[in-house]
Design a protein around this ligand. Structure first.
Ligand SMILES: Cc1ncc(COP(=O)(O)O)c(C=O)c1O
Length: 322
């Protein structure tokens, strides 16, 4: 992975190489952590973090689901994120806050274990590859179902829960596909291993509802708003697996992947990115670059630390730079 110079850990800025934890930390053994994935983009007005407050709110909610109270206010975490981006002199980057049960207690009753918080930032280009945003990706429905709300809390972005996504991702990657699509416990379409899914067809854009065990993606929320502003009808409804094969267009959304067209599912060709997908994708990329006034409220601008010049920008997706 790419590196940066420093990390924020429990209120301190520490050198990247020294951001360490004890091997008997609770979260390492039981997956007792919650996290966020956020992106900061270069805009003409400087670096802006995309929907930082919304992400931090979701972090707080995820923590609460697992009986963890954040030891820092959201404003403190926001300031720490800004400070980190400045100190690491990054124009654009990925931002990863993690709240986890630390060292001190073992066993499945976690409430006496300490709560540690870290934030890391580093340069990270297109998650599924830059070309994918233009050409679309090949997906396969995984044999692994997305976790059920009877066993986990799907709307929590919790570390241990990602073993479910990892199974699906590895299975489909080994089969030669770029991304997994997971069904929910009822066999309806749920989401990608790390993205929400949208299906275009019959004059509407459909996406599974939150009752389908999805993570309530921040990109999903943004794309719903953009689609509606563009005049499309968006419905949250159950989607049957077979609908994927007859979709006019299909695309995935997520912080890491951004907006990615799907050109093939289970070896059924859907064709190159369609016009609805491209319209939404273009508006999204303009929004994250600060080129759309109506979405400026999504951007949390980082006040530059004027003392030192910024590092060269990280290559974000080609579409984002158009
Ligand atoms: C399982 C899962 N679903 C959906 C998403 C998309 O969420 P967001 O748009 O907030 O990144 C992610 C990424 O965070 C994810 O890990």
């Amino acid at each position: 992975m790419n590196k940066a110079d420093v990390i924020w850990m429990n209120g301190e800025i520490v050198p990247w190489e020294e951001a360490r934890i004890h091997v008997l930390s609770h979260a390492l053994h039981y997956g007792s952590g919650v996290f966020e994935g956020i992106r900061a983009y270069e805009t003409e007005r400087g670096t802006a973090v995309f929907r930082l407050r919304d992400h931090l709110e979701r972090l707080k909610d995820s923590a609460a689901f697992y009986y963890m109270e954040l030891p820092y206010s959201l404003e403190k975490l926001r300031e720490a994120t800004h400070e980190l981006i400045n100190t690491n002199k990054l124009r654009s980057c990925y931002v990863r806050p993690l709240v986890f049960r630390g060292y001190g207690e073992m066993g499945l009753y976690p409430l006496d274990a300490p709560i540690d918080v870290m934030i890391g930032v580093w340069p990270w280009g297109g998650y599924l590859g830059e070309e994918c945003q233009h050409q679309g990706i090949r997906c396969k429905v995984s044999s692994w179902r997305r976790m059920s709300a009877a066993s986990f809390i799907p709307q929590a972005k919790a570390t241990g829960q990602y073993l479910n996504s990892i199974l699906a991702k590895v299975e489909t990657a080994k089969a030669g596909y770029e991304e997994a699509i997971m069904l929910d416990e009822h066999g309806n379409v749920c989401e990608g291993s790390g993205e929400n899914i949208f299906l275009v067809g019959g004059g509407e854009i459909a996406t599974p509802p939150s009752t389908a065990s999805i993570l309530d993606g921040i990109t999903r929320r943004s794309v719903i708003q953009i689609a509606e502003d563009l005049g499309f009808r968006v419905v949250e409804r159950d989607i049957a697996r077979g609908e994927l094969y007859q979709a006019e267009e299909l695309f995935l959304t997520g912080t890491a992947a951004e907006v990615v067209p799907v050109r093939e599912v289970d070896d059924h060709a859907l064709g190159p990115p369609g016009e609805v997908t491209v319209a939404i994708q273009s508006a999204f990329f303009e929004a994250i670059q600060g080129k759309r006034d109506e979405y400026l409220e999504w951007l949390d601008f980082v006040e530059p630390d004027a003392a030192e010049p910024l590092k060269e920008p990280v290559r974000i997706s080609r579409a984002a730079r158009q």
